[in-house]
Design a binder for this molecule. Structure first.
Ligand code: AMP
Ligand code: MG
Length: 332
């Protein structure tokens, strides 16, 4: 048996809101083990029903592998956390069904976790940020948030599609496979010119749809490298502007970048420069905790269980439109 296993609170977490089915074990001292199965669409973007079929097909192997690890290490599970939303309905239902079954099988509490809150909590845990303004940018979400009066309040967000979706859509339109984010970043490194593209910040909110379309149109007339670079520069400058204003409003001395698009080195660099210029500290969690992962759900479940929150079966329905600011953050 692992040393100290009796006094450790071990939580099993299950993520599967979109492209990544991922199960993990964590305790307070760290992420113990994680196993994932990634859905990659044969063509086009993520198809909700195909993604949920992928998750259903891989559920037994992914969950079984993590449970086998727990057994081998002599770890006793004390809770099952699952991503309750936001996300794609069919994917959420597949994940919730598996989580309910595990909770019943082991007779341990079930905890429904807000996926966006989990990105933030795992980011703080892994980067050491204490009270940051958060820029959360992923395939489905683009939000700027900060903890105020017990909730992660949304200071600004996209009014249409997320920045990740905008880049992925553009990438597909020029023949790059999904997900396009990393490929666009690679091409942008070789750029020589900046091409002006629509910069749309409305108050504290953002719009990326027109930018994505304009980049697609520009790709017919300019070098692809230059368009990739200009798309990134424009989109990221918009995000950094709103984050800086949120920091000023909420009087935060820290900023933290989370979500899959946070893996982009240029976005990290722009955030670092902005923070440096205003004498604030910038926090970036390790890459493995940036995109969707099971550890972030397990860790947030652990925080919730420790503060006395669990989810009865009859309240474990999926919540595709679950908003970040609906969650009372009683553990912070
Ligand atoms: P998530 O939904 O948080 O798992 O993040 C997935 C999104 O992150 C997709 O839109 C990817 O294209 C995007 N992404 C991943 N790596 C990068 C990168 N290096 N640069 C820009 N976007 C990225
Ligand atoms: Mg995500």
């Amino acid at each position: 048996m692992d040393r100290g296993a009796r006094s450790r609170m071990i939580i099993f977490g299950l993520e599967g809101t979109a492209w990544n089915l991922s199960a993990a074990l964590v305790d307070e001292s760290g992420a113990i083990y994680e196993k994932s199965a990634t859905y990659t669409p044969a063509r086009g973007g993520i198809h909700p029903r195909e993604a949920s079929q992928h998750h259903a097909e891989h559920m037994r192997a992914v969950v079984g592998d993590v449970l086998a690890q727990a057994r081998q290490r002599g770890l006793k599970l004390e809770g099952v956390a699952f991503s309750q939303g936001p996300g794609l309905g069919p994917c959420l239902r597949t994940v919730a069904t598996a989580a309910r079954a595990l909770s019943l099988r082991f007779d341990i509490p079930l905890v429904g976790v807000n996926h966006c809150v989990a990105h933030i909590e795992v980011g703080k845990w892994q980067s050491g940020a204490r009270d940051p303004a958060v820029i959360y940018v992923s395939g489905a979400n683009s939000q700027v948030l900060a903890l105020r009066q017990g909730r992660y309040r949304i200071f600004g967000e996209t009014l249409d599609i997320s920045v990740g979706n905008a880049i992925d859509k553009f990438a597909r339109s020029v023949g790059l496979a999904h997900p396009g984010g990393p490929k666009v970043e690679e091409l942008a490194r070789k750029a020589k010119n900046y091409i002006p593209l629509p910069y749309t910040v409305k108050g504290m909110d953002l719009s990326f749809s027109g930018l994505s379309t304009a980049a697609t149109e520009a790709a017919g007339k300019h070098d692809l490298e230059d368009v990739c670079y200009s798309l990134q520069e424009t989109a990221f400058a918009m995000l950094v502007e709103v984050t800086e204003r949120a920091m000023a409003h909420a009087e935060k001395r820290e900023a933290m970048l989370v979500g899959g698009v946070g893996a982009n080195a240029r976005l990290g660099e722009m955030m670092r420069i902005m923070c440096h210029e205003r004498g604030a500290e910038f926090f970036l969690p390790p890459r493995s905790f940036m995109g969707d992962n099971g550890s972030m759900i397990a860790y947030t479940g652990l925080l919730m269980l420790k503060s006395g929150i669990s989810t009865p079966l009859d309240q474990s329905h999926v919540r595709p439109g679950y908003r970040t600011d609906e969650v009372p953050v009683s553990w912070a």
